[in-house]
Design a protein around this ligand. Structure first.
Ligand code: URA
Length: 465
């Protein structure tokens, strides 16, 4: 159902110049619902084209979303006088149009208080519900509802703006196939690992001037996809590490993979020909243990992880329980069961905090990619409405720990890795320089939004220090 040109279902019709109809992509599964048109919208008949609209578009773009990716609409289609909030009566009059627009969609974002009031009946503070997914029933079907701030509330408030950005990130990663975060299907001959990268005509050459290596006092180096892929060593990676050592630059290998302990990684690297020690390895498990002991000392933890993981955290003094934990801790668990997930669900519902060692959706292997923990995080978040505290990359906690371990100031470090949404984002959030390699997940064309590696190279083998 759409409004007629002469619609007069409520008194707002007296004040309008144009009815403001939905805009963007009507076939999109995603709908952004604002509150009411303002002056510019009233004159043009298009939603979100004034000041709020400009900010909304900017935030969307920063997270890699275009206006044409989503449908944009409002709770009411006519401008209330003086740009005031629409009343319940006005929103009720327009509700059949909104119902029609939302019907059959997958996710609806409520931009601001009015949209949340009319769609989920919420009257409280936005900060209590922002980015916590819930469901609404439209035309008899349940669809996801994601509450967020109205762009107007973000103009002078950077915290709200960050939350609105997070909303866009959630949309991209969860509902738009997460372009940058899903491995592309590549022909084997396009894969830099399949070729000898030293012989390849480098399509992407290292910009030698991009990083002054004399100004680098420490390196953080991702492992999977950067120095090896599954059980295959990346050509030239051990020699790269030798060059780093020769220049006496301290380094730590960072991995988000919490299925194995540091000893396992040390033995794996050694077998592959890397001459390194255990102090060169920092896993998301180590970072999580440090986080728990520092921020939640003495708290009880229900771990979902491999036996190695459980042994490691227990040995470091984390109190493990099977029932009523203070914290549910999710790691990369290759032995995950229905029972563990169901227990976690009940514990979180009953008030346990929810922590995850890292956020990755997929884990690179020598054959392609295996399922990692991202889907389990989203599953438990959507079942419980509780947001996860994620410790591994891109949380800058890993950077801080690396800086402490190497005794090097953050600004003097460089991050080398293959993933945009973990390695490169962490570097970007920490304000440090980064090198993206093309031997793992990300392609050069995936670079978008606010994450721009300082340098992009085919492989660590190309890094001549
Ligand atoms: N604010 C809204 O809620 N909607 C618009 O279309 C413009 C500003």
């Amino acid at each position: 159902m759409i409004p007629e040109n002469k619609c007069s279902r409520c008194p707002l019709s007296e004040f309008r110049t144009k009815i403001v109809m939905p805009d963007g992509n009507e076939n999109s599964n995603i709908v952004l619902v604002g509150e009411a048109p303002g002056e510019t919208e009233d004159l043009t008949g298009r939603p979100f084209v004034g000041r709020s609209g400009k900010l909304l578009e900017k935030i969307m773009k920063e997270e890699g979303i275009e206006r044409s990716d989503v449908l944009i609409t409002n709770t009411v289609k006519c401008r209330p006088p003086g740009n005031r909030d629409p009343t319940k009566e006005e929103m009720d009059a327009c509700r059949p149009f909104l119902e029609h627009e939302l019907s059959g969609k997958r996710v609806v974002v409520g931009l601001g208080r009015s949209a949340c009031r009319i769609l989920i009946g919420y009257e409280g503070k936005m900060s209590d519900i922002v980015n916590k997914e819930t469901t609404i029933t439209i035309s008899g079907k349940e669809i996801t509802f994601l509450p967020s701030y109205h762009p107007a509330a973000c103009i002078y408030n950077s915290a709200s703006k960050e939350e609105l950005k997070r909303t866009m990130r959630i949309l991209r990663e969860r509902y738009m196939g997460g372009a940058e975060h899903r491995p592309k299907q590549r022909k084997i001959c396009d894969d830099p690992i399949a070729k000898d990268v030293t012989d390849a005509k480098n399509v992407f050459t290292a910009d030698a001037a991009a990083i002054d290596w004399n100004d680098v006092s420490g390196m953080m180096i991702d492992m999977d996809g950067t120095v090896y892929k599954g059980d295959n060593v990346i050509h030239g990676a051990p020699e790269f590490i030798e060059r780093v050592k020769k220049r006496k630059i301290p380094f730590v290998f960072l991995t988000n993979n919490s299925s194995s302990d540091r000893e396992h990684y040390l033995s794996k690297l050694t077998k592959m020909g890397f001459n390194v020690s255990i102090d060169n390895i920092l896993t998301s498990t180590t970072a999580t243990i440090s986080y728990l002991l520092k921020h939640h000392p003495g708290r009880t933890v229900y771990p979902i992880g491999t036996q190695r993981f459980v042994n490691e955290i227990r040995a470091k003094g984390v109190r493990i329980v099977e029932k009523d934990p203070d914290i549910v801790l999710l790691a990369f668990d290759t032995s995950i069961t229905y029972e563990k997930i169901n227990n976690a669900y009940h514990f979180i519902k009953n008030g346990s905090m929810f922590v995850a060692t890292h956020p990755d959706d997929l884990c690179p292997t020598e054959h392609g990619y295996d399922v990692d923990i991202g889907a389990f995080i989203r599953f438990l978040e959507s079942m419980t409405g509780v947001r996860t505290t994620v410790i591994g990359k891109p949380n800058t906690l890993m950077t801080e720990m690396a800086s402490e371990i190497m005794n090097v100031p953050m600004k003097k470090m460089v991050m080398i890795g293959d993933r945009l949404y973990t390695d490169m984002r962490m570097a970007s959030d920490a304000g440090i320089r980064s090198v993206m390699v093309l031997t793992g997940e990300a392609r050069r064309e995936d670079i978008s939004g606010d994450i721009h590696p300082t340098m992009v190279v085919n492989s660590v083998n190309d890094l001549i220090l």
